[in-house]
Design a binder for this molecule. Structure first.
Ligand code: MN
Length: 238
């Protein structure tokens, strides 16, 4: 039996209907790594949330909307974009249950930010507006699998154990980033302008967040499947 990997979804309102959806690249990457993906809808039902956490073997928090800064004690600056309080609330609860059950957790883009906020950390609401000297992190016209900037990996991190490279070229599609670290987190990767591009929890068996989008790189650059393989392996060994 393959391990069941829960994947969180977007709240998307289209003219005629509302959707819970997610990029197929998350699904493909989990499949490539040997996991069985299960999409988790945004639905704030306490009982369901508990059952998901019981029945899945690990959870992937995906990219998407900005997290409301109200969750880290700030009001929005003008550069904040789309938020979804329903998704925020649901994912924060889901994270807490998963974290307390020591379920393997992988967070990507919004996912790393969600992990950080859930553990009491803060975010740059907008890197350009709030961090002088920051470099490019959101080439909106680039294909999603285009390598864009470098990151340096902390040699004592799990991320380094996974990739065995001190420096990686990654894609980048974010205007927000981790600012003050949440409780129990350490930095595993930094870009050259000092933006946190990876975090992990030392006291948990598997909790990794990355700010870039490895799921969009796995087909063109097989190196990145290693991250999903390590995650699925951790889920399988529970
Ligand atoms: Mn970046």
């Amino acid at each position: 039996m393959k391990p069941i990997i829960g994947i969180t979804t977007f709240n998307e309102s289209k003219p005629r209907k509302d959707y819970n959806s997610v990029s197929r690249n998350y699904i493909r990457s989990i499949q490539l790594a040997g996991g069985l993906p299960v999409l988790i809808p945004v639905a704030n039902i306490e009982e369901d949330l508990l059952q998901y956490v019981k029945q899945i073997d690990g959870i992937l928090f995906t990219g998407g909307e900005d997290i409301s800064p109200l969750y880290y004690g700030e009001n929005p600056i003008k550069e904040l974009t789309l938020t979804s309080s329903e998704r925020d609330e649901y994912e924060l609860k889901l994270f807490k249950k998963a974290y307390d059950s020591s379920l393997p957790i992988l967070g990507i883009c919004r996912g790393i930010q969600l992990i950080n906020v859930a553990l009491g950390g803060t975010l740059y609401q907008d890197i350009n507006a709030q961090l002088t000297g920051s470099l490019g992190h959101l080439p909106a016209e680039n294909p999603v699998n285009e390598l864009y900037h470098t990151i340096d990996l902390n040699k004592k991190s799990k991320l380094y154990e996974i990739f065995r490279e001190g420096r990686l070229k990654v894609n980048s599609f974010h205007h927000q980033a981790v600012k003050d670290l949440g409780n129990g987190l350490t930095v595993s990767a930094l870009s050259s302008d000092g933006i946190i591009e990876g975090v992990e929890a030392v006291e948990k068996d598997y909790l990794i967040g990355v700010q870039w989008h490895p799921e969009d790189l796995t087909l063109r650059y097989p190196l990145f499947i290693k991250l999903f393989e390590s995650f699925v392996k951790a889920c399988a060994s529970r």
